[in-house]
Design a protein around this ligand. Sequence first.
Ligand code: NAD
Ligand code: LMR
Length: 332
Amino acid sequence: MFASTVFKRGFASSAVANKKVAVLGAAGGIGQPLSLLLKLNPLVTHLSLYDIVNTPGVAADLSHINTNSKVTGHKGPAELGAAIANSDVIVIPAGVPRKPGMTRDDLFNTNAGIVKTLAEAAAQHAPKAHILVIANPVNSTVPIVAEVLKKHGVFDPKRLFGVTTLDVVRASRFVSEVKGTNPVDTKVTVVGGHSGVTIIPLLSQTGHKFTQEELEKLTHRIQYGGDEVVKAKDGTGSATLSMAQAGARFTVSLLEALSGKKNVVEPSYVFSEVAKKDGVEWFSSNVELGPEGVAKVHPLGELSAFEQKLYADAIPELKKNIAKGVEFVAKN
Ligand code: NAD
Ligand code: LMR
């Protein structure tokens, strides 16, 4: 599917440069299907799989798929440097997922340390890599990576992304269920962060009309879509398959932009001017991707009164989440 999409979009083979993509947490619920989707994409020439368990098996299995990329497996901290070295893109789904009753912030104590260690390795072994953070709580883990990179003198805001693609994937699906449209063509901009009230769907910009009841129900469902999956999985984890699809979509969009494709726009939680006036430096909005990563962060556009209230509710929570990540690196 990816191959035909990519070739349909008209890449000359010369534009498809060598790209090493490292997946950290590759043996996990997201890591495995994400690695599978990346193995199917011809823009990836070296797929490097790292985890603290099981990567030799996952790598051996994927390496039998008859696409051109090389697959390498790396297990445990002694092999982390080799896994990361010279990567163009590093995707981080490593970390524990939620169980019912937990918020994403409840994952902070475990995942902050994991992400910090991986960011330190990235700073040392692939300081020019584009880093895509999936591990929750994204609102805090992205600032953690930024602070680590700053400590090593290699922070470039154009190359660090929090992956919020699942929010727009879900929003497309949920709106299409209400409006009877094809979800593939149903575009919904979602901005802010990636947890509860920080997720701000801009339904007024979809071109559809909603009743107040539809607006409230849809907004709540998009903000708490992750909880639906956590509840249904009943203690065995959170979204993995839809996240793998969303993560692959973002990774491939970035690879396409790095390889010269124009007008590639995806939502992402990035270092941004959009909410700076309200004291928030990390914010998700539509981002135009280019050969160096972030090319342009799109402004929010016009917000309805309902959305202005959502924005106002999100700001204090985002501030808290970001400060928590920054403080963690300062203290550890
Ligand atoms: P999982 O438990 O199935 O997999 C996590 C993997 O990380 C495991 O294989 C584990 O061995 C590995 N790991 C743990 N510590 C590690 C370390 N120090 N170095 C390398 N690998 C390590 O979990 P999952 O369902 O794949 O979810 C992973 C993370 O992604 C969670 O934090 C979850 O909340 C988050 N998530 C984010 C989004 C999003 O939209 N950004 C969506 C879904 C899940
Ligand atoms: C999601 O949105 O599905 C993820 O952030 C996982 C979670 O904890 O809900």
